[in-house]
Design a protein around this ligand. Sequence first.
Ligand SMILES: NC(=O)c1ccc[n+]([C@@H]2O[C@H](COP(=O)([O-])OP(=O)(O)OC[C@H]3O[C@@H](n4cnc5c(N)ncnc54)[C@H](OP(=O)(O)O)[C@@H]3O)[C@@H](O)[C@H]2O)c1
Length: 313
Amino acid sequence: MKEQNLHSSISHIILGTWAMGGNHWGTCDDADALRAIETAIDNGINTIDTAPVYGDGHAEELVGKAIRGKREKIFLATKCGLDIYTNKYQRNLSPSYIERDLAESLKRLGTDYIDLYQCHWPDPQTPIEETMSALMHFHKQGKIRYIGVSNYTLAELEAVMRCTSLFSLQSHYSLLERTVESDVLPWCRKNDVRFLSYGSLGAGILTGKYVECKRFPSGDARSFFYRFFKPRYWPRVCQLVDAMKEMALSRGVKPGVIALVWLLQQPAVTSVIVGARSAQQVQDNIPLGGVNLTDSDMRLLDHLSQKVYAKEQ
Ligand SMILES: NC(=O)c1ccc[n+]([C@@H]2O[C@H](COP(=O)([O-])OP(=O)(O)OC[C@H]3O[C@@H](n4cnc5c(N)ncnc54)[C@H](OP(=O)(O)O)[C@@H]3O)[C@@H](O)[C@H]2O)c1
């Protein structure tokens, strides 16, 4: 790894690759996925977020293929600590597991360093000190440049900060999932820890493409991971999405862009991770430059988004 050639900054939009793994979002065509990654890079999205668990290594392999010959232009983020080898998806942030996870990710990604290495989910069985000391060891070896975590609570974040400096937290945040606003987001801002939102498009529902409350098979992430694909929320989701569509129309962008701009106008949010499975989706999500939401737009979106989970009157 040559320090002077490294890409130092993370982009405001990050391409997410969970759907490209092909195991939890229906099938995804590899050629489409590769074109999506290329389109993102060609349009200035220099940061790609992946994980071993996305397709049990498949998404990382695709990313590795797509960035061959362009590695130094990319800020590459992957994760560790969900067992894909022996104990299906069990959390494991022990030093020996991370060593194996990292070695396999490096192989699949075709690189000798990861820019941002993130603990995917907290592992209550492993003391945070042990995990962080392993990560610092790999940092000293030059295999990882920055340490990040994902899905950590405030108490877990504070424990991490007692061991090492933290580059970023990745967590679920969007107009349809605002739990982090109460404690984690203000903490990140105060402690200069970058906040990367995932689920930024509400797993697709905030693009406004669904005309009815879609049901997904039980193994699909949209039925087991995201709480808003439910008939009882649908009428209020529609009210929110209709307002977004109007705002998008007057600005000549797609409704999903409104969801991304809303996130980027939150003071603590530094980047939005946006999943895509095709070049067209990437292009639809890009035109953020110059799109601003007014105070009154922000108030309306805030109101309609809070209403989605409010108890029936
Ligand atoms: N750390 C974690 O625990 C964690 C958890 C979840 C996600 N993530 C990361 O965050 C990334 C993004 O979050 P997410 O996967 O939750 O979903 P998201 O970004 O909210 O939504 C992405 C999905 O929306 C659909 N979509 C995207 N652009 C579209 C467009 N222009 N028009 C219509 N549909 C569009 C695509 O799915 P369809 O084509 O199938 O509709 C796409 O896969 C993931 O890929 C992953 O990198 C991390």
